[in-house]
Design a protein around this ligand. Structure first.
Ligand code: NAP
Length: 268
């Protein structure tokens, strides 16, 4: 039963932004569940070590170049992927970037970089791959969102707008493409330690502040996302579409204290 529901053997998953960070974790989890992979980066050379790792698992792994800010690059990547494998069963739309700045300091170029990458890129990659899923009447699209898809944070205005957009886009695409056998969901991680969040995690005070607000009382570790990505990629999620699944230790409960901490020595 477990195998049938979560087994991805014989399927191909395309993961964008797999040169480092969460993209590699998503790819590894899908490969361990049986999927062959197509991985993308703006620099092919940056994929080489991870491709080798996936191949040691006995899976096929095709590296492709992709810049999600470039329409021709998206079209070329999708055509090359289809030519190589025929059917693409799963897309993890993970490529993304961030610029952390107080809203008063955000520039026109900051805005364009973040929105073009995280929102426009997500849409046009999904569109190119969905066009190729339609003839097979099957597909699982997983757009990567964030807690900022549902919450507002200072210094993350354009990023939050892009991630809120990804959540909304997910609902619209689910409605559009459900009739073609394609589910579209949004996997929204909390605050995980990667290159993108390194500057935060290097600050001990910030980590203490974060952990204090996470109901399960620890930061996310990348393998905390494994079950969610395999679930959304697999047969087990067949009747779930348009949803945003937050994997965040509960921080999206809005866990600000509603009581004053008790004086020291007094048990709550
Ligand atoms: N870390 C977290 O806590 C967290 C939480 C919620 C959501 N997210 C989102 O999850 C995704 C992965 O996060 P991460 O922390 O692993 O980030 P990361 O370490 O910065 O990696 C980002 C990936 O996106 C790719 N990328 C960036 N710009 C691109 C472009 N224009 N075209 C194609 N690929 C591009 C990069 O590939 P190349 O540079 O090799 O091209 C890289 O592989 C991002 O979308 C991020 O916003 C992260």
């Amino acid at each position: 039963m477990t195998n049938e529901l979560f087994d991805l053997t014989g399927q191909t998953a395309l993961v964008t932004g797999a040169s480092r960070g969460l993209g590699q974790h998503f790819g590894r989890a899908l490969a361990k569940s049986g999927a062959d992979l197509i991985l993308t980066s703006r620099k092919l050379a940056d994929l080489a070590p991870f491709v080798a790792e996936i191949e040691t698992l006995g899976r096929r792994c095709l590296p492709l170049e992709l810049d999600v800010r470039d329409q021709a690059s998206i079209e070329a990547m999708a055509a090359a992927a289809e030519a190589a494998v025929g059917q693409i069963h799963i897309l993890v739309n993970n490529a993304g970037c961030n610029v952390r700045k107080p809203a008063l300091d955000v520039t026109w170029d900051d805005w364009n970089l973040i929105l073009d990458t995280n929102l426009r890129g997500t849409f046009f990659v999904a569109q190119q791959i969905a066009r190729r899923m339609v003839p097979h009447h099957y597909g699982r699209i997983i757009n990567i969102g964030s807690v900022t898809s549902v919450f507002g944070y200072a210094s993350l205005a354009p990023y939050g707008a892009s991630r809120g957009g990804v959540r909304q886009l997910t609902m619209s695409l689910a409605d559009d493409w459900g009739k073609h056998g394609i589910t579209v969901n949004c996997l929204a991680p909390g605050w995980f330690r990667t290159e993108q969040n390194k500057v935060l995690y290097d600050n001990k005070e910030w980590v203490e502040y974060l952990v204090d607000r996470i109901p399960v009382k620890r930061p996310g570790q990348a393998h905390d996302l494994d079950g969610a990505v395999v679930f959304l990629a697999s047969e087990s999620s067949r009747y779930i579409t348009g949803q945003t699944l937050l994997v965040d230790g509960g921080i999206s409960t809005g866990s600000t204290r509603a009581t004053v901490p008790p004086p020291s020595g007094v048990k709550a």
